[in-house]
Design a protein around this ligand. Structure first.
Ligand SMILES: [Zn+2]
Length: 184
């Protein structure tokens, strides 16, 4: 009798610990697959521009704040489009003079995209823009030798650069990637 009771108690304890483990397993099931890290090229569909400097470029894409950036050879006043939908965090002259007029968009994945040296930033802080929306015009404001678009994915809080892909790959210096970023 005493033995049977002990076995039952032990079984009960095992069952409840198994349930607890199962419960943790369910809670920890990663929703990561739903997080969208896909970025389009930051200019309109069908257009292609020379990558004058890619990520880890030797001219100025060094150090934590620019390491994973692209410079696209857009002439002045060409359309710059959102690489992914999101909320406009910055759309003005940068507090860092080197960037000139800049746009920063916060995405649902928690990352931000950064567009620098613009001649014009169109939207206001807090506005939501869909992927492909024209958010500014290219230029050479800030530290730029000529008109181009400096684009990168950054940590929204620290502005540290994040390694990213555009349309599923990393266009290198010298490439001319063709955008499929349909205007929205
Ligand atoms: Zn750059």
């Amino acid at each position: 009798m005493r033995n049977a009771r002990r076995i039952l108690l032990r079984f009960g304890a095992m069952a409840s610990s198994a349930l607890t483990v199962a419960g943790i397993g369910l809670i920890a099931a990663p929703p990561a697959a739903a997080v969208d890290y896909y970025y389009e090229l930051p200019y309109p569909s069908g257009e292609s521009y020379l990558v004058t400097q890619g990520p880890e470029g030797t001219y100025s894409h060094t150090g934590p704040y620019n390491e994973y950036a692209w410079d696209f050879g857009l002439p002045a006043n060409y359309e710059v489009s959102a690489a992914q939908g999101g909320t406009v965090l910055v759309s003005d002259w940068s507090p860092y003079w080197q960037n000139g007029i800049e746009v920063i968009i916060r995405h649902s994945n928690g990352q931000c995209t950064h567009y620098a040296h613009l001649n014009r930033a169109i939207y206001n802080t807090g506005d939501w823009v869909p992927q492909g929306r024209i958010i500014g015009w290219s230029g050479a404001t800030g530290a730029a030798n000529g008109a181009h678009l400096h684009f990168q994915v950054i940590n929204c809080n620290t502005r540290v650069g994040i390694r990213a892909t555009l349309q599923g790959w990393t266009p290198p210096t010298g490439s001319r990637p063709v955008s499929v970023n349909t205007r929205a």
